[in-house]
Design a protein around this ligand. Sequence first.
Ligand SMILES: [Zn+2]
Length: 102
Amino acid sequence: MPKSICDFCSSPNVTWVYPARTFAAYVFEGIVGESVGDWAACPICHGLIESGRHTELTERSLVTLLERQPEMKSAEQELRSHIRSFHTMFFRNRVGSAMTVS
Ligand SMILES: [Zn+2]
């Protein structure tokens, strides 16, 4: 099923899909999130992933999340570590190379 936003930064400009297994993850404290199947990516996040710039990818996700939900700013440090571990789980559950979205 095609996704409409980037799973990393929520950009509506999705051009890539990463095949991935479904996995359970703690997204935020006390809430168990499940990542279902493939992850969508915009050109910028795809570039960061392909060049192994994981720290920049985490920062980009964090910045775009705080833009949408500024009230979470006080939990910035916590959010950063959650996003980082969520991305780490994604990289472990990737099952192939990125495919372009047609
Ligand atoms: Zn993105």
